[in-house]
Write a protein that binds this ligand. Structure first.
Ligand code: MG
Length: 755
């Protein structure tokens, strides 16, 4: 029986097995997986979150390859997003990946992983390397060089500068980028500096001939350099034919009206008869000087009584028949009488001193409290212009001018700058151009403009033309300008003649002189530069625009002349404490500022010197080469600082040294010639942050735009710049930037071209 059951069981098992083999297998699905975008890039300090969008039909995992790549999740399911951020990058450029991994499950077959590349720029420091455009040869800087003829360059070996010497150095001036030269006075003179002109109609033979001068003007013009003559209108020297004639015959000279002359200055001033005072009651500066004429002496017996009891001391002189006395040998107060010398007085009561003398003097007398000292308040005489004593009337004694006390009237002339420079008289200011002196001097100016091609003038001491009376000076200058400009136009020029005045006063007074002429030196500018380089740059731009706007408000064609120092001031190197870094930056400031910049001879070489030892020490010669050839030391009578005139500071040495003072001047002057925006653009404040940062835009009328930045601090400073810094065109010192942060080294300057 057991055998009979087996087949049935077997059939059942097989049947079950057959049923089992027919059951459906589970369906396997292929995962879909994609991501967008497939790459991400970040800036060095990028803190923004970026999204990755994942598309999938099932679950996925996500991981980043580096810990600086942050993701907000480690997995997801279906469509989803991943937020990606990065840490700040202080190192080099870096890259990484984010991997989205496919995930298998019972019925899902995982897709291949997809990756996203992630990159982040490193924090990169960009060093500023200037690449200025090449100069097109069209000089436009309006930079002018103040040149001292007597010490610039000597061509003939006499040690004094001369016209041919200047001509031989025109390449130097051209290389310095200047478009004009202000020549120190070129006329005959009895001084080394020339500000006492003895003849306006010709040139100083020490400097060469008129032909030499003409050759210089022509050669300068060929290099695009204009020539401005220094004209001294306030006063002449005493060597003019006019003054010599006046001196020889004060009453009868035909040139008496050329000078400010009076026999009774005080009375004439009080009566308004001295035109030069233009209504002022005192001159502000200067004095009356006797021409030594007239019967000013006395012969006869006189009694002198000096009253020393009060603060105002007096002397009274009377004619007398009393017996004459001998001098008091033990006196403590003396008369000084020309032909006799010191005469001791007797103290007849406390602080009353007297004597009776036989007098024979051709001039007059003084009272002295010392027989040896001539100053320090020991010499008592008359107040200037009140010299004549009236017998029997006390005369107040004066120690400031202590002029000779005379017995009759002489003729006096007025000198704003003392006896060697008699002031010229142009009569009432309203009609100055009709005065004989004006006509004579204007005729000489016409000669220089018409026959020699001179392009303009620097006018000396214009404040003193009419004793600081502004409306009178304005009127005079206007008449002078109009005369010269008419001559200039008649000579074929289309533009107006350039005329810059030395109105040496603060800006509020100086600006008023623009009513007469089209330019004045802005004497406040040096002190603005000084304050700026002392560390506070915040007021620079507004101050400069203040000057310019004020000038243009008075005269639309105003040209603001700016400078760092001149022949009458301590050199700018001294003002800046002999800091070479500051001197270089002063040059960069000067040459990146709107207006007409003047470079004073020697500044471009870093020369120093004060007036303490004499004006010569701020007017020294140029050391051209290492051997000292052409050096015009005798132009200042060898009053030079030889420590400065060395081979290593010479033009030859500085030319060869990149970064020398000379090359800083050359670089920035060339830049001003290259970029119209710098030469004649408008200045607007860029207001970059930092007390030591002066920053401005210069924009030309055709849209060229530069960004000028100076760090005047003695240490590096960083400021934020939102403008494009990819096009630097000038650099003094060092500059670099990271992103928008610009770091300028100590006393460093940079210019970027924006458009
Ligand atoms: Mg010479």
């Amino acid at each position: 029986m057991r055998r009979a059951i087996f087949p049935l069981a077997c059939v059942l098992v097989v049947a079950l097995q057959a049923f089992s083999c027919k059951e459906k297998e589970p369906e396997i699905v292929q995962q879909t997986l994609s991501v967008s975008p497939t790459s991400l890039s970040f800036e060095p300090e990028d803190a923004s979150a970026k999204l990755l969008n994942v598309s999938s039909n099932s679950g996925w995992g996500v991981a980043s390859s580096a810990d600086w790549i942050k993701i907000d999740k480690s997995s997801g399911d279906g469509n989803g997003s991943i937020t990606v951020t990065v840490t700040a990058n202080t190192g080099d450029d870096r890259t990484g990946t984010i991997t989205i991994k496919g995930v298998s499950s019972t019925n899902v077959k995982a897709a291949s992983d997809v990756t996203v590349s992630v990159s982040q720029r490193g924090k990169k420091i960009v060093q500023v390397v200037p690449a200025p455009a090449s100069f097109d040869g069209n000089k436009r800087s309006s930079t002018t060089y103040q040149l001292l003829i007597y010490t610039f360059a000597d061509s003939d070996g006499d040690g004094v500068g001369d016209f041919k010497g200047i001509q031989s150095k025109l390449d130097y001036l051209d290389g310095l980028g200047v478009t004009g030269i202000w020549l120190s006075p070129a006329h005959p003179t009895s001084s080394y500096h020339g500000y006492d002109v003895d003849d306006y109609s010709t040139v100083n033979p020490l400097f060469g001939t008129e032909e030499d001068f003409k050759a210089l003007v022509d050669a300068a013009h060929a290099k695009g350099i204009k020539i401005y003559m220094d004209y001294v209108l306030n006063h002449s020297g005493r060597g003019t034919e006019w003054f010599k004639s006046l001196k020889a015959d004060p009453s009868g000279s035909p040139y008496r009206d050329y000078y400010v002359v009076s026999k009774s200055p005080d009375a004439d001033v009080a009566a308004g008869l001295v035109d030069n005072y233009a209504g002022a009651l005192s001159p502000g500066m200067g004095s009356w000087i006797s021409l030594g004429d007239g019967n000013i002496g006395y012969k006869g017996r006189l009694h002198f009584k000096v009253d020393w009891t009060k603060s105002i001391k007096t002397v009274t002189v009377t004619e007398t028949t009393e017996d004459a006395q001998k001098a008091n040998a033990s006196a403590k107060l003396w008369l000084y009488i020309g032909s006799v010398g010191n005469v001791g007085l007797y103290e007849t009561s406390t602080n009353i001193f007297e004597i009776t003398l036989d007098v024979d003097t051709s001039w007059g007398f003084l009272v002295r409290s010392s027989t040896t000292a001539w100053d320090g308040g020991t010499k008592y005489g008359a107040k200037a212009g009140k010299n004549v004593i009236t017998f029997g009337e006390p005369l107040n004694l004066d120690t400031s001018t202590a002029a000779d006390i005379t017995f009759g009237a002489a003729t006096y002339y007025f000198g704003s700058f003392g006896e060697y420079m008699p002031d010229i008289n142009y009569g009432p200011y309203e009609t100055a151009s009709e005065s004989p002196a004006f006509k004579a001097i204007a005729a000489s100016a016409d000669k220089w403009i018409k026959d020699f091609g001179v392009d303009g003038f620097r006018l000396d001491a214009v404040i003193w033309l009419y004793q600081a009376v502004i409306k009178a000076n304005q009127s005079f200058l206007s008449q002078w300008y109009d005369h010269c400009n008419a001559t200039y136009k008649a000579a074929g020029h289309d533009d107006d003649i350039f005329m810059v005045g030395e109105a040496w006063d603060g800006h509020s007074t100086e600006k008023q002189y623009y009513k007469g002429i089209n330019s004045c030196f802005e004497f406040d500018y040096l002190w603005l530069v000084k304050a700026t380089l002392d560390g506070d740059a915040t007021g620079y731009v507004n101050a400069v625009n203040g000057y310019i706007n004020d000038h243009k408000a008075i005269r639309p064609d105003a040209i603001t002349s700016i400078f760092l120092s001149n022949h009458d001031q301590d050199r700018v190197a001294e003002t800046l404490g002999k800091s070479v870094a500051k001197e270089k930056q002063a040059a960069a400031l000067l040459l990146t500022t709107p207006g007409k910049p003047f470079i004073y001879q020697g500044e471009e070489l870093g020369y120093w010197g004060t007036k303490a030892g004499g004006d010569e020490y701020v007017r020294g010669p140029i050391m051209w080469d290492k051997a000292g050839k052409d050096c015009a030391k005798k132009g200042v009578n060898n009053k030079v600082n030889n420590a400065m005139l060395t081979a290593s500071i010479s033009v030859e040495a500085q030319d060869a040294e990149s970064g020398s003072m000379l090359n800083v001047y050359k670089t920035f002057s060339r830049l001003r010639n290259t970029y119209p925006a710098l030469a004649n653009g408008e200045m607007t404040n860029a207001n970059l942050s930092g007390r030591s940062i002066a920053s401005w835009y210069m924009t030309s009328s055709d849209g060229q735009k530069l960004l000028v930045i100076h760090n005047v601090a003695g240490s590096a400073k960083t400021t934020s710049v939102s403008d494009d810094m990819s096009k630097p065109v000038a650099l003094l010192g060092t500059a670099s930037y990271e992103g928008t942060n610009l770091t300028l080294g100590a006393n460093s300057s940079v210019i970027f071209q924006l458009k």
